[in-house]
Design a protein around this ligand. Sequence first.
Ligand SMILES: Cc1cc2nc3c(=O)[nH]c(=O)nc-3n(C[C@H](O)[C@H](O)[C@H](O)COP(=O)(O)O)c2cc1C
Length: 410
Amino acid sequence: MYNRRLQMIDVLSGKRVILGVCGSIAAYKVAELARNLTLAGALVDVILTEAAERFVGTATFQAVTGRPVLTDMWSLPEDGVVGHVSLGVDADIVVIAPATANTIARLAAGISDDLLTTTVLVTQAPILCAPAMNPNMYEAAVTQENIATLQRRGFTILEPDVGRMAEPMVGKGRLPEVATIEGELRALLGQHNGPLRGRKLVVTAGGTHEPIDPVRFVGNRSSGLMGYALAATARDLGATVTLITGPTALTPPSAVALVRVETALEMRDAVHAACQDADILVMNAAVADYRPADVVEQKMKKSDAGLLLQLVPNPDILGELAQRRDLFKVGFAAETQDLVENATAKLTRKGLTMIVANDATTSIGQAEIQVTLLDADGTGTPLSRQPKQQAAAAIIAAIVERYLAFNQDR
Ligand SMILES: Cc1cc2nc3c(=O)[nH]c(=O)nc-3n(C[C@H](O)[C@H](O)[C@H](O)COP(=O)(O)O)c2cc1C
């Protein structure tokens, strides 16, 4: 029997997002943001400033959101649903991207002479602002003062990227990547009303590399996909996330604190440091059980005599934290035989609240996973085989449920 209740939907589903687009060359980039948010289930109302309309038309945004694009507060759709204040009142979040120096200045001054500034003034929803402009405009004292004013008033301001601008110039002023803006938006929504807001969650991901010599290592097939998806999901639910990752080929989720490590010993130090003030630890990384006893300083030469590697055990990171009764600990057990028995033994030995058991032969390095959630009281909840992003949502939902009870008991 698979547990259907733990099949989660995206946290953006049904959320009302206002996307304010200003008159910057970067305006074309946010059509993709509007599309991604819509595909995730959000109701995206795009407001284009008059200047934005000179850069991009309404048709693209209308097509990707399936909703009318708003440009003028004097000619809003007449169905009464969208009024010059109701947009801002009903919003779950407002994102201004790209935000021009001009709009930032007008917002700082409280001007509300168009639909975007009026909506921002009226809303009580969190506001995310992504400035994009010429580096000199961005660094100008007045722009910096205006940004500081907005920050003081509770706006979340994304720092522009450094790089090549449309004009032949390199500097700080580029609109951050769409994935970064989306991640920050999800984090802000979660921090506003997610079940993990105010909680610090540490998640480990990927496998470790245990060096043999300067160019070789002992490793495993872990891709990091599961841990990265867990980190992104916990962030979406409001947690302050530290993602400690072994080497992977993945782009890390934005709006999480990233700690890159290579070896099990580095992973151990990073976990201990991050867990000092953490509430929840999700130990998903495939940490090598052994490491070469000695790391050879120079690249080893091939020899007909073969090679015998002596391995020594790595520390048991979760086991070392067994005495931390205040820390809600979740382990992962990847087994190739006697899955439930081995995972249950690990759960008891390491003092965990929950362990996620999975068959290593069909999960490690794969896009999909079938897991069984095992609780300390012996309850087992098998989930269906599904993409790792969906499994992450179900696992984090189970963690939230158990964490709230764990926290109440203390
Ligand atoms: C080709 C061109 C590119 C521009 N790019 C930017 C930009 O990236 N950032 C910015 O702050 N202003 C930029 N501007 C200036 C704004 O479009 C101008 O200040 C406008 O009044 C902004 O109006 P809005 O804030 O209502 O969208 C650009 C102007 C032109 C002509």
